[in-house]
Design a protein around this ligand. Structure first.
Ligand code: FE2
Ligand code: FE2
Length: 274
């Protein structure tokens, strides 16, 4: 099974690039399952129902979120209508939406996707380790699901590395998101879980986290918020992680970061092009 994850899609330009590229990527790499993080897809903050539907139509099987999940207030309502949209599982009980779901891949395989948020330098949600552990106990790899993907939306590399090793051998892949800068530590962990500390974003990297740099620079200099953050509109780099999974075990055999377009040095999972 071939899985692709794309990191936080930022604003209109990020969205446009993903919508254009995803059908081609699905074809080129014969992708069986695609997850992307959509927490910044609406003007950099949150997601709308129309944008969610565009991303799903373009070929995303599941869209995950993060700390910006509910920046667009309509998400509090429409998230209940969309089972392919996940918000972090460790929000307090009663939060609209769901943090995990079982989905069908093109191959017919059952794929469990979990979205969780870290707590280091972030909001104090419930424990993400225990929340993920409960899901993995209830739906074991190759018992309840053929493959298991976790988007761990967290600031601290330590917390992401700890979670990767905590679930090693029990999930197909753990992909870090939230920092918007791709790391180069992708690998298959000793027990077979593919891992990367951060997948990076789908956006303009000549920016501050995908936003036009002027306002962030001004806030660092003066500590005064003068204007709104606006998504940068320069050439977009699509950034994510490709994972090849052994159908017999549900564990990863190979993984490679994907970076295409824009100003970052490109990488491609060429092992998939026959
Ligand atoms: Fe983000
Ligand atoms: Fe985030």
């Amino acid at each position: 099974m071939r899985f692709l994850f794309l990191g936080d899609v930022v604003g209109r330009s990020g969205r446009k690039a993903v919508i254009e590229a995803l059908p081609k990527l699905r074809e080129r790499y014969k992708l069986d399952f695609v997850v992307l993080n959509g927490e910044n897809s609406a003007g950099g903050f949150g997601i709308t129902e129309a944008i969610l539907e565009e991303l799903l139509d373009a070929g995303a099987d599941v869209v995950t979120l993060g700390n910006h999940a509910f920046d667009q207030k309509e998400a509090l309502v429409f998230i209940e209508r969309h089972d392919r949209l996940l918000r972090p599982i460790n929000y307090p009980p009663g939060t609209p939406g769901r943090g995990a779901g079982l989905f069908k891949a093109r191959t017919g395989a059952d794929v469990l996707v979990i979205n969780a948020m870290g707590r280091v330098f972030m909001a104090e949600l419930d424990c993400p380790f225990r929340a993920i552990d409960r899901e993995l106990t209830a739906c074991k790899l190759k018992v309840g699901a053929d493959a298991i993907f976790i988007d761990f939306h967290a600031e601290a590399t330590s917390e992401k590395q700890a979670l990767g090793l905590f679930v090693d051998g029990r999930a197909s892949a753990v992909v870090g998101t939230h920092t918007h800068a791709p790391t180069s530590d992708e690998r298959v962990l000793p027990q077979g879980t593919a891992f990367i500390s951060d997948a990076g974003m789908c956006g303009d990297y000549n920016s501050v986290l995908g936003m036009v740099a002027d306002e962030p620079i001004s806030r660092f200099l003066t500590k005064i918020a003068r204007e709104r953050f606006e998504p940068a509109q320069g050439p977009v780099t699509l950034s994510g992680l490709a994972v090849e999974i052994d159908d017999a075990t549900g564990l990863a055999t190979r993984t490679k970061s994907l970076r295409l377009g824009g100003c970052l040095e490109p990488t491609e999972p060429l092992f998939w092009v026959e």
